[in-house]
Each structure stands twice: as structure tokens, then as C-alpha cells.
Design a protein around this ligand. Structure first.
Ligand code: ATP
Ligand code: MG
Ligand code: MG
Length: 548
């Protein structure tokens, strides 16, 4: 079945098929709708949906919506859009943990009746303090040996909404001296008077992650419940609950290493604070590691899938160099993106020997490696723009671009020579007076004379003004401190160029795929763009200039 990169989870799946332990593989991706998806989620999505595809099984999208104080419909909608955009489809298999609230409740009563759960009146703080530590056992709650009838009565009254938030919880009765802290009578239900996006005000108690998750897996017939390593210690509890309850199937939990990236924080808490604190413009700010941010930035979904495939699936946590993601983005874009010319920081050039009022059309290739991509025409005339960085009045030795007296090639057009530098009162260069050689049309001199630089350019009149947004890493440290992330924000993460010029073919483009602005990188029109005010995002530069 699977020919794509093998990993230990796929090996387990294959072995389970070979041994006829399962005939159909069922996985799930279980986001909590308390934020937008990020690139770490993409790893989990690619793993769960990828396995279902490769082994002809199915993958459920299940919203783990058990905490109404943090969850919103906006997040539910964005998660569905982002999974689709990444190229995966759950078909009819869309589920909500909240759909199981009734059954989860009935099962909790079974635990109580069998003496496997009790209502505890201690506060959350008391419960935390009596849980013990790795070296010290926990202490039994004074309510641990409550009679079954009293537990049932109190639990029903918790459900009926008789008690305020935090007054009581339902706990599993396992072992307060277990070496695994997760087995020290974990909380199964807490009181929460909150309106749920789907169940409204019907419930005033909500199940914990540990209680809801495994039982939801069992209800849906999940065969391989794949989660991140921090849940490894929860597996004994996952199995304990499945053993105690009349569940219709027995899923197994497997753990893999979560994705961490340099210069990036992948925690919904931090991402939420970045948005709420106004450090970014929203969940889809192109500097965000969210799927929505990457999309807006112009990153193609194929680049994300390829990146996730390259990093593989391992059992040990590690930090992946963000350059690996950038490599996959460049690779994907280089193959297909159309080549265009834009001048980010324009410097005016007047070709003195080019007749005034005249103009001509120059043919330019849309993709140098792909003749099928065709050509376009660009106007050439007496007044042009070049990139400010491509000129130096007093150049150092190895500077081969334009300077007084030197000759360079304008891409697809002519050789030009700089004759005179015009400055303003402040001494800044504001214009170059140049001459061109009409015999070099197309970019070659009949006398075989060579130039050392080819530069992009645009016609002054027939180019279009644009704003260009250049993004750098959101954090200035390779491993930002999640606890104090604001201190590690990169003050230069967004650079706005207000006076850029683009060729008409760029201005007219409406594709979500970025174009390559020659010598600059890949750029895509932003959603803030209007016909009167064009805005482009730099998806990524041509080569790695950051983080050596
Ligand atoms: P966060 O820590 O950002 O709040 P989470 O794990 O609480 O993330 P969920 O919505 O519960 O967020 O995640 C859904 C699924 O995505 C889970 O199965 C989780 O293990 C997986 N996931 C979350 N973050 C990562 C990551 N960085 N790498 C791989 N998988 C991840
Ligand atoms: Mg979670
Ligand atoms: Mg979370």
C-alpha cells in the first residue's frame, strides 16, 4: 500500500492489516476549535489523512469541542476551510465530540455505579495540591469513599445545574499512589455554566479531554488514534476507561513527535495572544505560522505537504530548521511561477539618446525553463525605473552593476551606460542620465562586447505603483520563549515599501499563485489590494538571506 515515506506508525498500520487485526483503517484528526490551525497541525493532518488515503481507509474530522469557554464557530469554519485547502477531505465523516455528550454522560453513571468514579467537593486547587509529585504519592480525597447513591445523586444535580462553577467534579477512582500521575483519580467532569456553540445551554457539566477523547474514538470505530508525545503518559488512562466502559470498539493510541520550528512558536495560546494583543493583524497575518497566514502569504499547499513529508514522523521531539520549510516553498514556486519584473525601490533613469515621445515593445519570457509558458510584451521608452540598489555612485571593486561610466544590460532590452548623476538639494541621487546602444536590442552587442550585469527595469509611464510588504521572521530568536514571547518579537518582521512599481501583467494578475519578481523573490497579491491601491506580499525571497 504505502509507498510514500515509511515511518513507525505506517509500519504498525501495515502489520495490523497483514495480521487481520483490522480490515479497514480508521484515523481521525481531532482539533479543538479554540483557534486557527497552524503548520504543526498540518503534520498531524497529513499523517492521519495520508494514512487513510494510502491504506484505503478513512479519516474523520472530529471537533474536540468540550470546552465552550474557548471555542467559537469562526474556528470551526476556518479549520474546515484549512483542511480542504491543504488538499484533504473527510467526505461524510464530520463529527463533534459534543454529539456524544449524552452517551458520555450515561457512561459516567456506569462508572459511578461500578464504584469507578466519585464526586469530589474539593476545589481545583485542593485537588492539584493533593495529587502528589513524581516522587511523592498523592492523598486520597475525603470524598473518595462516598456511597454510590450519594455520588449518583450529586452527579445528577451537577448535570441539572444546581451548583456553581468549580463546586464539585467527577473523578475516576483509580490509584492515588500510582507512579503515573495521570492515574491519580483524574477529573472526568467539571461544572461549567457556559453556552456551547452547538449544544447551547443544555449542559452545565463538560467532560475532560481524557474522558471524552478515547470514548469518542471508540464510538467512531477509530482503529489508530494518533496523537502527540505529551499524551504518552495518558495512554494508561485511555486504556483504563476503554476497559471499564461498554464501548463498541477498542481503539489504540499511538504517539509521535510534534512539530517544532526554529524562529516560530506553535502554541494556540501564544498565537491567540499575538492576535488579541495586536502584535499581528489577525490569524491570517502572513507572518503567522497558521495555515491561513501561510495561504495569505502565497505558500502553495503542495509546499506544505512536501515539507511535512520531508521531515517525516518520529518518536522523539526535535526542532526543525525553518529553512527546511522555506526550501520546500522555493522549490514548489520555482517550478511553476511566472516570471515578472517589479522595481521595489525605484530610481529614475532617463535615456538621453532615446527619442522623446517614442516607445516600443520588448518581448519577455514568462518562464525561462518553460517555453510553453509563452511571452509577454513590455513597453520600453525614454524614461525608466531601475532598482535603487543596482546603482552606486562610488562602487567598491566587485560591484558590477550600474555606476558612472559603466555599461549594463537591461533584461530583454538594451545595454545602457550611465553618463550623469542628478541629485537633490540634500545630495540624494534622484535620477540617472544614461545612453543606450540601439544595436544591442534583445540584449546582445553585435560587436561581441560583454557586460557584467543584467538588471531588471520598468518603463516609467507604463508601470503601475504598488505597495509591497516584505515579511521576516516574527521572532528574532531561534527558540523564542513561549512564556515571555513579546520580548522575543522581531521588530523588523514587517517592512512596507510604499513606492514600488510593477509591470501591468502583475497588476492584472488575480491568481492565488505567486509570481516570481525577477531577482527579488516570489510575490502574491494580498487581499488588501484594490484596483486603485495594489498590495503584494513577498511570499519568500529567492535565496536564504536570514538565519545562517
Ligand atoms: P496547541 O498546543 O497549539 O494548543 P493542541 O494539540 O492543543 O495544540 P488541538 O486542536 O488539540 O491542538 O490539535 C489537534 C491535533 O493536532 C492533535 O492531535 C494534536 O496532537 C495535533 N497537533 C497539534 N500541534 C501539533 C504540532 N506542533 N505538531 C504535530 N501535531 C500537532
Ligand atoms: Mg488538544
Ligand atoms: Mg490546546
Amino acid at each position: 500500500a504505502a509507498e510514500a515515506g515509511r515511518d513507525f506508525i505506517r509500519d504498525i498500520v501495515q502489520a495490523d492489516l497483514d495480521s487481520h487485526r483490522h480490515s479497514v483503517i480508521v484515523t481521525r484528526f481531532p482539533p479543538e476549535p479554540n483557534g486557527y490551525l497552524h503548520i504543526g497541525h498540518a503534520k498531524s493532518i497529513a499523517l492521519n489523512f495520508g494514512i487513510a488515503q494510502e491504506f484505503s481507509g478513512r479519516c474523520h474530522l472530529r471537533f474536540d469541542d468540550t470546552n465552550p469557554t474557548k471555542e467559537e464557530q469562526e474556528y470551526i469554519d476556518s479549520i474546515q476551510a484549512d483542511v480542504h485547502w491543504l488538499g484533504y477531505d473527510w467526505g461524510k465523516n464530520l463529527f463533534y465530540a459534543s454529539d456524544y455528550f449524552e452517551r458520555l454522560y450515561e457512561w459516567a453513571e456506569i462508572l459511578i455505579r461500578n464504584g469507578d468514579a466519585y464526586v469530589d467537593d474539593q476545589s481545583q486547587e485542593e485537588i492539584r495540591l493533593t495529587r502528589g509529585t513524581l516522587t511523592e504519592p498523592g492523598k486520597n480525597s475525603p470524598f473518595r469513599d462516598r456511597p454510590v447513591a450519594e455520588n449518583l445523586d450529586l452527579f445528577r444535580r451537577m448535570k441539572a445545574g444546581e451548583f456553581p462553577n468549580g463546586a464539585r467534579v467527577l473523578r475516576a477512582k483509580i490509584d492515588m499512589s500510582s507512579g503515573n500521575i495521570n492515574l491519580r483519580d483524574p477529573v472526568l467532569y467539571r461544572i461549567l455554566h457556559a453556552t456551547h456553540p452547538r449544544t447551547g445551554d443544555k449542559w452545565s457539566i463538560y467532560p475532560s479531554y481524557d474522558y471524552a477523547h478515547g470514548q469518542s474514538d471508540a464510538i467512531e470505530g477509530i482503529t489508530h488514534s494518533i496523537c502527540t508525545l505529551e499524551f504518552e503518559d495518558h495512554r494508561p488512562l485511555y486504556d483504563w476507561l476503554l476497559d471499564k466502559l461498554p464501548v463498541p470498539s477498542k481503539p489504540h493510541q499511538y504517539e509521535f513527535a510534534r512539530l517544532n520550528l526554529t524562529y516560530t512558536l506553535l502554541s494556540k495560546r501564544v498565537l491567540t495572544e499575538l492576535v488579541r494583543g495586536g502584535h499581528v493583524s489577525g490569524w491570517d497575518d502572513p507572518r503567522m505560522p497558521t495555515i491561513a497566514g501561510l495561504k495569505r502569504r502565497g505558500v502553495p499547499p503542495a509546499a506544505i505537504r512536501e515539507f511535512v513529508k520531508r521531515i517525516g514522523v518520529a518518536k522523539a521531539n526535535s526542532v526543525v530548521d525553518v529553512n527546511m520549510l522555506e526550501f520546500s516553498i522555493r522549490e514548489a514556486l520555482n517550478k511553476t511561477s511566472l516570471r515578472r519584473m517589479a522595481v521595489l525601490r525605484p530610481l529614475k533613469v532617463v535615456i538621453e539618446n532615446y527619442p522623446e515621445g517614442m516607445s516600443e515593445e520588448i518581448e519577455a519570457q514568462n518562464h525561462p525553463d518553460d517555453p510553453a509558458a509563452g511571452t509577454r510584451r513590455i513597453a520600453f521608452g525614454r524614461e525608466l525605473f531601475i532598482e535603487r540598489d543596482d546603482f552606486m555612485e562610488n562602487p567598491p571593486k566587485k560591484f558590477f552593476r550600474l555606476s558612472p561610466g559603466t555599461e549594463v544590460r537591461l533584461r530583454y532590452a538594451y545595454f545602457i551606460t550611465c553618463r550623469e548623476v542628478v541629485k537633490n538639494a540634500a545630495g540624494e541621487v534622484i535620477e540617472l542620465r544614461c545612453t543606450y546602444d540601439p544595436a544591442t536590442r534583445g540584449g546582445n552587442a553585435p560587436d561581441g562586447r560583454k557586460v557584467k550585469a543584467t538588471m531588471h527595469w520598468l518603463p516609467a509611464a507604463q508601470s503601475v505603483p504598488a505597495e509591497i510588504r516584505i515579511y521576516n521572521q516574527l521572532f528574532s530568536k531561534p527558540t523564542p520563549d513561549a512564556a515571555n514571547f513579546a520580548a522575543d518579537l522581531n521588530p523588523q518582521s514587517l517592512e512596507i515599501l510604499h513606492d514600488a512599481r510593477v509591470e501591468p501583467a502583475i497588476a492584472e494578475a488575480n491568481s492565488p499563485e505567486p509570481m516570481q519578481f525577477e531577482r527579488q523573490g516570489y510575490f502574491v497579491k494580498d487581499k488588501d489590494s484594490t484596483p486603485d491601491h495594489l498590495v503584494f506580499n513577498r511570499t519568500i525571497g529567492l535565496r536564504d538571506t536570514f538565519a545562517k
